[in-house]
Ligand binder design. Structure first.
Ligand code: PFF
Length: 465
């Protein structure tokens, strides 16, 4: 069977931007920003997108395009079967993320419908608590997952490419329209101020916590570490610069994220609401309160939650495709069987998260960051020490002098600097999850020793072609 490919380059870019732009931009980002000192978080996050996110994304694209395989097959093809485990980490990361992602997708679907009927308008503050976990949440999670399955079922070009080429421009136009409308509300200025004001004191006191959260978010928002971008790049045929593509994807993702912020923060502040300190539901509660109070609230509510739904869907399909491509490539399953099977599995795992706030919080807040970080460390060390100069060649392929000039700095960044940094955030993050907080110097020592040990092993098995 010939392997699927993108019909056009623009199709690939839009699919990748669709993967990047999602709940990470609209829901997780404001939630984390509010939790981590406002603009202090924003600033670090932007810095980490440039220094960690983009080079990391390129590292993932390199493996996908070079191997033309799913994550597990990619590492076997390029490095031998002992490296397949790196692909397995990606599969686990994809399953973890889609499990909670689909639950939030279900909440959004419900809010879209409830905006149309006005179901939450009476008591917007109480509504979320009546739908967040339990059987209703499971039903809506199932509905969201079903749509995701349907798109992936149709295939890479007829399903994913065809739908994201419509969805991504739609997201931009609708968010743009909402941002303009929001700017006409009185009191919106305070929202812009919150976005732009910098609380340096907060940053100084909580530097390492904010750093770890911002690093995790930089990976999450660019869909890096779970093999989604690797898989999308494996459907690329022609030679064009991966570095240029990754930069474009990151710029568009950040621009759309900022645009979403320009809708959300002024909207909330204009009504005297705050983005909330109260966990994952806070944003829903505040936004529902806003729509319930505004003229044309129903219409605006449907448009707003509808756009978020599109953004969530175009990301969810990229995560499901990781699992589907693995089943199709490695187990020779028909795409229809693979999609249904993966959907069934995720229905079960997601239902646990839709039932238990504890499981949900654990997956969405901490484990997601940890698996993405662990996944990316593996990818980058593989690029750096198993592929070595082959990774550099793939980086330069299709690019001009800029690609040639940046290949060496990129290589040293992904082979050494970024793995140590990521291992540092991983050690710090794991320390706090396990209840044994590590001091920064000890986390750094753990990171250095860990990365050195992996490099010592990886170097022994260089790829030859
Ligand atoms: N980038 C997506 C978002 O910001 O919502 C989430 C995501 C998609 C993470 C795909 C990881 C992934 F592989």
């Amino acid at each position: 069977m010939t392997r699927a490919t993108w019909r056009t380059r623009v199709g690939f870019i839009l699919a990748a931007v669709g993967s990047a732009v999602g709940l990470g931009n609209v829901w997780r980002f404001p939630w984390l920003t509010a939790e981590n000192g406002g603009a202090a978080f924003l600033l670090l996050y932007l810095l980490l997108i440039v220094t960690v996110g983009v080079p990391g994304l390129i590292g993932e694209l390199v493996i996908g395009r070079r191997s033309q395989r799913n994550p597990v097959g990619a590492f076997r093809e390029l490095g031998g079967s002992r490296f397949q485990v790196l692909g397995v980490v990606a599969l686990v990361a994809a399953a973890v993320i889609l499990s909670f992602y689909s639950v939030v997708g279900g909440w959004i679907l419900r809010y879209t419908l409830a905006s149309a009927t006005g179901a939450y308008f009476e008591a917007p503050a109480q509504y979320f608590a009546t739908i967040d976990y339990g059987l209703g949440a499971i039903a809506y999670h199932a509905a969201f997952l079903l749509v995701t399955v349907a798109v992936v079922y149709l295939g890479v070009d007829r399903g994913i490419e065809a739908s994201t080429t419509v969805m991504v421009p739609g997201i931009v136009v609708l968010f743009g329209a909402l941002a303009v409308w929001v700017s006409t509300l009185s009191g919106s200025a305070e929202g812009y101020a919150f976005y732009l004001s910098l609380d340096v004191g907060y940053l100084r006191e909580n530097f390492f916590d904010v750093l770890v959260a911002a690093a995790g978010q930089a990976l999450f928002t660019l869909s890096v570490g779970a093999g989604a971008m690797l898989t999308y790049a494996s459907y690329l045929g022609e030679d064009r610069s991966l570095a240029a593509d990754a930069t474009l994807i990151a710029v568009l993702n950040t621009a759309i994220g900022v645009l979403a912020g320009l809708v959300i923060f002024p909207l909330l502040f204009s009504l005297g609401l705050s983005p909330g300190q109260g966990g994952p539901g806070a944003l829903f509660v505040s936004l529902a309160g806003a729509f319930a109070d505004l003229p044309y609230g129903r219409l605006v509510g449907v448009i707003f939650f509808g756009v978020v739904l599109l953004a969530a869907l175009s990301s969810a399909i990229s995560i499901l495709e990781v699992l589907v491509s693995y089943l199709v490539d490695e187990h020779d399953l028909d795409r229809s069987v693979a999609t249904t099977g993966a959907g069934g599995l995720l229905f079960v795992t997601g239902s646990v998260a839709a039932f238990s706030p504890t499981v949900f919080g654990l997956l969405a807040d901490t484990i997601a960051n940890l698996v993405l970080t662990a996944g990316l460390i593996g990818f980058l060390l593989f690029d750096g020490w198993v592929l070595g100069r082959l990774a550099r060649k793939e980086y330069e392929r299709g690019g001009g002098w800029i690609a040639r000039a940046t290949a060496a700095p990129w290589y040293y960044a992904i082979a050494i600097v970024l793995p140590v940094f990521l291992a540092f955030t991983l050690a710090t993050g794991m320390g706090s999850v396990l209840g044994v907080p590590l001091s920064s110097p000890s986390a750094l020592v753990v990171a250095l020793v860990g990365v050195a040990a992996i490099i010592a092993v990886f170097r022994r098995y260089p790829a030859s072609s």
